[in-house]
Design a protein around this ligand. Structure first.
Ligand SMILES: Cc1cc2nc3c(=O)[nH]c(=O)nc-3n(C[C@H](O)[C@H](O)[C@H](O)COP(=O)(O)O)c2cc1C
Length: 300
């Protein structure tokens, strides 16, 4: 019998496979039993509804996807009235991804969610600008991350996961800061900056010009970030970035991830998470290795 259970903060996951925020929704329930996942991560929600950026805001590249959705979401009040009811009856861990324009606004979003039952954890999306400090991205500033995570930890008993941006010179520093501020886990990576141009019109393929790059092309970038962060923090890492199949997931686990999330690949094969759960079981069985011994086990 393969023991696959992992702990992420206060959560016990039945297996180490989840989905990346923004690439998954309740509609996947029409295709498979979502409760088979170790956890579900919602699309990022913000205090007020957001329409997102103007189109075109998705472009395929030779190796992955560019997106500039701009955190389109119905706002926390509508999320609570609609999707949350459906999410919380699914028999797995529910992680609500949140974002905000300022530290105090993050606090308001958490306070709204604290009044609701059925939520197991929060994923703090810090890849967005802080209007209180000249629009600097939260997740690129050590002091801001420390203040933000400390405040959130004081506001909730639920598991707090900080999702890091890779658009940094040292991801290790910010990971350490998040851990020192009390984060229960770290997820990485969010999208990498990217761009594409239509050579006929010479227009950027994305209206917003600079977009978030995800999928197969970012896998080596994500993997080395997981590897580096695993060397400097003790808290678990949820690894993501270009994971398409079991072999990709195994690389992340061996590099130091306790859990893995599938993002862009959900658009290609919505059942890939289930394939990965089965594939990991088979690998452990064949190699006669315990899951916990596989995590962070790179041989040099
Ligand atoms: C269309 C799209 C929407 C996304 N929306 C969010 C989001 O709302 N919040 C978030 O934290 N990350 C968001 N992401 C980033 C993913 O969660 C993930 O971190 C990133 O895509 C890398 O994983 P992947 O290569 O497997 O897609 C989005 C990615 C895509 C492709």
């Amino acid at each position: 019998m393969i023991d696959f259970k992992i702990k992420i903060g206060k959560m016990l996951w039945k297996n180490p496979v989840t989905v990346a925020s923004g690439t998954f929704g309740l509609e996947f329930g029409e295709l498979f039993d979502i409760s088979q996942l170790g956890a579900i991560v919602t699309k990022t929600v913000t205090l007020h509804p957001k329409q997102g950026n103007a189109p075109p805001r998705i472009a395929e590249t030779e190796a992955g996807l560019l997106n500039s959705i701009g955190l389109q979401n119905p706002g926390i009040e509508n999320f609570i009235k609609t999707d949350l009811h459906e999410y919380r009856i699914i028999d797995t861990n529910l992680i609500v991804s949140i974002s905000a324009d300022s530290i105090s606004q993050f606090g308001e979003v958490i306070q709204e969610l604290e009044r609701q039952s059925g939520i197991d954890g929060y994923e703090i999306n810090v890849s967005c600008p802080n209007v209180e400090s000249e629009g600097i991205i939260f997740g690129t500033d050590n002091k801001t991350v420390f203040k933000l995570v400390s405040m959130i930890k004081k506001t909730t008993e639920r598991t707090v996961i900080v999702k890091l941006t890779p658009n940094l010179t040292s991801i290790e520093n910010i990971a350490r800061v998040a851990e020192n501020a009390g984060a229960d886990a770290i997820s990485l990576i969010n999208t990498v900056y990217g761009m594409a141009i239509d050579i006929e019109t010479r227009k950027p393929k994305i209206k917003n010009v600079i977009a978030g790059y995800s999928g197969i092309g970012i896998k080596p970038i994500a993997l080395q970030n997981v590897f580096r962060v695993a060397k400097v923090v003790k808290i678990p890492i949820i690894g993501m970035g270009g994971i398409r199949n079991t072999n990709d997931a195994l690389e992340f686990i061996i590099a130091g991830a306790t859990a893995v999330a599938v993002g862009t690949q959900n658009f290609v094969n919505p059942l890939s998470t289930l394939d990965i759960i089965q594939g990991l079981k088979k690998y452990l069985d064949e190699k006669k290795v315990q899951y916990k011994d596989l995590i962070n086990s790179v041989n040099f």
